[in-house]
Design a protein around this ligand. Structure first.
Ligand code: NDP
Length: 244
């Protein structure tokens, strides 16, 4: 299936590492003009040296006002990959208010804010658009020590559904991808332990974790016109974990 993003402008958050970085590079290879947003300048420097057409924006998306300033001259945007997130693993009984605020500020409030900025522009231009929120299998299954992470991704899934309801009339589609474990920096945080990893893989019918490319391909499909009538979908990329 040939997918082209020629003449499209795409914003990717959390584009410094992992899935976001690979999505930014894939979109640029597909012909999109890509704006890469993340908070570590060194990651943006290496991304731009790898792909000079990418426009870098350095901001901490947990800071609402700083995000407004950083994205005020964004210009027209057709596609958004709302990918930036963090994970903190803590037993439920030890969760602190600081951890709660940090995770919800980035994983939920930051995603909502960037989507608002982008969708307001899409609505004003009247040319529609596609937004993909990067969620997780953890939005729909309880995972030990993942209380906060699961709660943020559950919230993100409902945000996806409500956004699809409210933005659909403007031909702005909103969907999510919900991967199983991917061995990025974040994946290594929770799943480097071989015993834990095996226990998780045993619950995945395909018996393996996802590759970054698996997630990126699903993101590209949902961004593209090949999914032109798909709106409000929570798409597992999990080898069957959520079905089992
Ligand atoms: P990584 O930790 O590898 O990359 C996350 C990126 O987001 C980094 O570039 C990071 O920048 C950036 N980021 C984090 N917080 C902020 C912030 N406040 N402002 C700006 N940028 C920020 O994660 P993954 O690539 O693994 O994860 C990408 C998405 O996929 C996330 O939404 C995650 O929840 C989801 N996911 C991941 C899974 C996995 O197993 N890896 C499984 C299921 C879902 P910096 O490094 O500078 O903080």
């Amino acid at each position: 299936m040939e997918i082209s993003f020629k003449s499209k402008r795409a914003v990717v958050t959390g584009a410094g590492k992992g899935i976001g970085r690979a999505a930014a590079l894939a979109l640029a290879r597909g012909g999109a003009e890509v704006i890469a947003v993340t908070r570590t300048q060194a990651d943006l420097d290496s991304l731009v040296s790898e792909c000079p057409s990418i426009k870098p924006v350095c901001v901490d998306l947990s800071d609402w006002d700083a995000t407004d300033v950083a994205l005020k001259d964004l210009g027209p945007v057709d596609l958004l990959v709302n990918n930036a997130a963090v994970g903190i693993l803590t037993p439920f009984l030890e969760v602190t208010p600081e951890q709660f605020d940090r995770l919800f500020n980035i994983n939920v409030k930051g995603a909502l804010h960037v989507a608002q900025i982008v969708a307001k522009g899409m609505k004003a231009r009247g040319s529609g658009g596609s937004i993909v929120n990067v969620s997780s299998q953890a939005s729909q299954r309880a995972l030990k020590d993942h209380a906060l992470y699961c709660a943020t991704k559950g919230a993100l899934d409902m945000l996806t559904r409500v956004m699809s309801l409210e933005l659909g009339p403007y031909q702005i589609r909103v969907n999510s991808v919900n991967p199983t474990v991917v061995m990025t920096d974040m994946g290594r945080l929770g799943w480097s332990d071989q015993v834990k990893a095996k226990a998780m893989k045993d619950h995945i019918p395909m018996g393996k974790f996802a590759e970054v490319e698996d997630v990126v391909n699903s993101i590209l499909f949902l961004l593209s016109d090949k999914s032109a009538m798909t709106n409000g979908v929570i798409l597992p990329v999990d080898g069957g974990f959520l079905a089992s």
